[in-house]
Design a protein around this ligand. Structure first.
Ligand SMILES: C[S@@+](CC[C@H](N)C(=O)[O-])C[C@H]1O[C@@H](n2cnc3c(N)ncnc32)[C@H](O)[C@@H]1O
Ligand SMILES: Nc1nc2[nH]cc(C(=O)O)c2c(=O)[nH]1
Ligand code: SF4
Ligand SMILES: [Mg+2]
Length: 214
C-alpha cells in the first residue's frame, strides 16, 4: 500500500484545538477542490510515491507523539484510512484535516478529524457534504475559514442549525489572512455573542516569510 506524499515535516501545530503543540505533518498530494484562498497549491500535483512502511519510518525520526495528516485532500487517496490506522496502532495521536467533501466515516474513530465547511467565498461550498456533521465523534472539530461578512453569516447559520451535537469549543472560525482583518471577525463574533472558537494560523505568525515545511 502506498500514498503520493507532498511533504513530511515537523512544526508547531498552527490550527485546531491542538494549536501550539509540536506535531509531525504528512501532507498528501492532490485535491479535488480549488479554494480561492488556498495556501497550499504546491500540493495539488507535486509529490512522490511512498509505501506506508516508509512513511512510518520517516515520521518516527521526529520522536513526536502527535501526527497530522493533511494535504491537499487526505481522503482523495484510498489508502489514507489505512495509514491513519497504522499510525494509531503505533500509538500516535493522529489528526486529519479534511475539506469535508468526502465521507469521513471510513476513517478510524480514534483519529481526531478537523472538518472544513467551505464558505461561499471559497468558491467550493456546493461540494460540502453536510452529512459529515452527523458523523463526528466527541474529539472532532468543525472549521469555517472566513473571507467576508457573507461567509460569516453562512458559518453562523450552519453552526446554529446543523451543529447542535458539537461542543461549542469545537467549532472554529478562522479568518483568511489578507482577506479580512482578524479584528473584524473577532468583533462580529463578540457582537453576536457566538460561542465559537476564534483562531489565527499560528505558524503564519511565527514564520511569516516561509510557505512550505512549517
Ligand atoms: C491546506 S488545507 C488541507 C486540508 C483540506 N484540504 C482542507 O481544506 O481542510 C488545511 C487548512 O488550511 C486552511 N487554509 C487554506 N488556505 C488558507 C488561508 N489562506 N487562510 C486561512 N486558512 C487557510 C483550509 O481551509 C484548511 O482548514
Ligand atoms: N504549522 C502548521 N499547522 C497546520 N495545521 C494544519 C495545517 C494544514 O496545512 O493542514 C498546518 C500547516 O500547514 N502548518
Ligand atoms: S480543499 Fe484544502 S487543499 Fe484543497 S484547495 Fe481547498 S484549502 Fe486547498
Ligand atoms: Mg497549512
Amino acid at each position: 500500500m502506498s500514498l503520493l506524499v507532498n511533504e513530511i515535516f515537523y512544526s508547531i501545530q498552527g490550527e485546531s484545538l491542538y494549536s501550539g503543540r509540536p506535531c509531525v505533518f504528512v501532507r498528501l498530494t492532490g485535491c479535488n477542490l480549488r479554494c480561492s484562498y488556498c495556501d497550499t497549491r504546491y500540493a495539488y500535483h507535486e509529490g512522490s510515491e511512498m509505501d506506508i512502511m516508509a512513511i512510518l519510518e520517516q515520521t518516527a525520526i521526529y520522536q513526536c507523539p502527535l501526527i497530522e495528516i493533511t494535504g491537499g485532500e487526505p481522503l482523495l487517496q484510498s489508502d489514507t484510512p489505512f495509514l491513519i490506522h497504522q499510525l494509531l496502532e503505533n500509538r500516535y495521536e493522529v489528526m486529519m484535516e479534511t475539506n469535508g467533501s468526502f465521507d469521513i466515516s471510513k476513517v478510524d474513530k480514534r483519529c481526531v478529524k478537523i472538518v472544513d465547511v467551505k464558505c461561499p467565498a471559497s468558491g467550493e461550498s456546493r461540494k460540502n457534504d453536510l452529512e459529515n456533521l452527523k458523523r463526528l465523534h466527541p474529539g472532532d472539530q468543525v472549521k469555517f475559514v472566513i473571507s467576508d461578512r457573507e461567509d460569516y453569516e453562512y458559518a453562523k447559520k450552519i453552526t446554529a442549525s446543523e451543529c447542535s451535537e458539537i461542543a461549542i469549543n469545537h467549532m472554529l472560525f478562522s479568518p483568511v489572512l489578507g482577506k479580512i482583518p482578524p479584528a473584524e471577525l473577532a468583533k462580529w463574533i463578540l457582537e453576536d455573542r457566538l460561542q465559537v472558537r476564534f483562531q489565527l494560523q499560528l505558524h503564519k505568525i511565527i514564520w511569516p516569510e516561509t510557505e512550505r515545511g512549517v
